[in-house]
Design a protein around this ligand. Sequence first.
Ligand code: HEC
Length: 259
Amino acid sequence: MKLLLSLLTVTFFHAQPSLAQKSPLIAAETQFFIPIPQKTALTKINSTRASQAFRDLMLYMISTYIDPQIGSIRLVEASDANHYALAIVDEASVARIALKHFKEFSHCNTPAEAFKILKPLFTTSTYLASRKWHHVRFPIPDTLKEFERQYSFTQWQKEVITQSSIKGYKRIIFRNDRSFPNISVAQTTLPDSETARETEVIISREDLSGQSDFFAYNEVGELVSHSLFHNSKGTDIKAPVPYTCLTCHYRSAEGVFGP
Ligand code: HEC
């Protein structure tokens, strides 16, 4: 906390003199300051791409819990290479389900500490509730049946992958990339079955940030917080949604998570 306040005095309040007159503690009550890797310092280190990915991942995770109708993330880059950048978020814009976690950010001094708080949020079903912040006009329903009724995706352009390397089975991909929102649906089907073992969805956010969200329905068509993947030994492993999805579906050139 001490580090954060001194950082704020140097960067945030320096940049916005009108706020400098107010007590930093009053500001801290209604805003969350989250340390993230710095942009400028990144270019100087070897693992630039990995660090950039970490920064993009953290910003993506934070933005998931912010109602875009109310607020957005403000970024304050540190004035020197020894400090972290800060993502500043208004409490009023944070989804209730994530508020407790966001409160804990005030005690974080490094991006790694903040990430420790973000990750559990992203590997539990809490994420499923947050879908209402980014998919208001085109909702993600609780069941596959309703999803199918809403989007008629089986009529979209279709691509068949006979043996998906990540799923181990046949996969059918349906795409709707000509209209908004941009949606991709991938269904894994087992050899002796007519029904999909799993239906995965990538859908663009309505805030036009270019980011997308990731969802999965299980074999009985319920929205779930885990997905099955095939590992190199040929066995199925259960992994959390959307966290696992993000590890592969990252476009580094644009800094976005999507199909
Ligand atoms: C291990 C890497 C990996 C992970 C993890 C992963 N994907 Fe994918 N995804 C792929 C690959 C590779 C493809 C291309 C199709 C294939 O080979 O099966 C793909 C394709 C897709 C597509 C079709 C996109 C298109 O339009 O081409 C969707 C939808 C999708 N994945 C959703 C998800 C969701 C949802 C998750 C998380 C539950 C997820 N993926 C996790 C690697 C991954």
